[in-house]
Design a protein. Structure first.
Lengths: 222, 222
């Protein structure tokens, strides 16, 4: 499949690009508002994979052009840029394309990190509200520590929870998730169930902050 | 230690009573609003442990009397009874006692289960607000599937997250948690961080509902 990572110059985009580049044959397209930055990041990721003996083809384009070239479009942008990023690429999406939302909103105070629940219910719901009617939105990859994901020397052995109101799109994204070694995709229902998933992200940070020896945590359901 | 399980006739109380009775030497006191029900439950738990060759002494009393006899008092009641249960036993609590809050508020609709965040921020915060000033409140045991906990044939191998503003009380309850075989206690910070923990409970139910072969799920941080 062709996967675009919008905001793919950031850490979560880097991690997904490297993992898919390393573990699968999917075509990876890095998107950014600045096409030059997208191309630089794509070259960097290709080089890192080449150093590991993997010949992956990763290209870089401005976000809308990246979305135009892909079947699955991951919104790897901060939560406050999800809606405007969807708007910016909407004309590049065709029926059959899938949007993926991995972002979560957090606030920080002296106690730790807290989930900032948007009025829409979740960031995934913001993406769903902004998406064209014919393009399903799948929430996934919310609870992956970006640094660990981008470190190919780090084993995963963790789960990602997937939500969508379109079962076919959910199955496609679950399959893409499981193409990453050590990542298990679990179905958590519809988009209405996304806020509890997004809430896990600040929790993981709080647990890592308060326990010696634990960092870049993921979660596993047993 | 002497541990009172208020509302200990319910499933989470049963599970904690059986696990501590089986895995530790702590004295277990079952509390209920109805002392006769408390005694019956205590006898049942003793019998089940005796059938497994464990000679545990479990007694039953009305909630306030149960709290009076214990060092650590677990509020194993529904979330909407947490504040009135604390009020009902407040005069029985002495300095040095610890209250433990395992309850979480949920709502259910056609999509699944959702966290119902109380105005106080969390059920743990409700307990902390209701508790006498000299009695610390520790949030723990929120994300344990009650049926699995009460089934001594089921291995755990899962985590429980512990929050408190009193570090000494948090350490005591973490130690009690780890007296249960297969349960690891992780520090998640202060009471202000409880809502993200409580949110995991509806998520576990949603994941179990949507994935064949997964049920009575717990969570593990890796």
């Amino acid at each position: 499949m062709r996967i675009a990572l919008l905001g793919g110059t950031g850490e979560i985009g880097e991690g997904l690009a490297l993992r898919w580049g390393h573990d699968s044959d999917h075509d990876i397209v890095i998107g950014s508002r600045d096409p030059e930055k997208a191309r630089e990041a794509a070259d960097d990721y290709e080089s890192e994979l080449a150093d590991r003996g993997v010949d992956a083809k990763i290209t870089g384009f401005e976000n809308a052009m990246a979305a135009d070239r892909a079947d699955v479009v991951v919104l790897a942008v901060p939560p406050y840029h999800v809606a405007d990023t969807v708007d910016a690429v909407a004309d590049s999406l065709a029926e059959g394309d899938i949007l993926v939302s991995p972002a979560t909103g957090m606030q920080h105070d002296e106690d730790g990190f807290h989930y900032h629940r948007p009025d829409a219910g979740s960031v995934t719901a913001i993406a769903a509200d902004a998406a064209p009617d014919e393009v399903p939105v799948v929430g996934a990859f919310h609870n992956l520590a970006a640094g660990r994901l981008a470190d190919l020397d780090s084993d995963l052995g963790i789960d990602t929870l997937v939500v969508a109101d379109d079962e076919s799109a959910k199955a496609t994204v679950s399959s893409l998730a499981e193409d990453i070694n050590g990542l298990r995709a679990l179905d958590a229902g519809g988009v209405a169930n996304a806020s509890e998933i997004e809430s896990v992200t600040p929790l993981l940070i709080n647990v890592a902050m308060n326990n010696d020896g634990l960092h870049d945590l993921g979660v596993r359901f047993d």
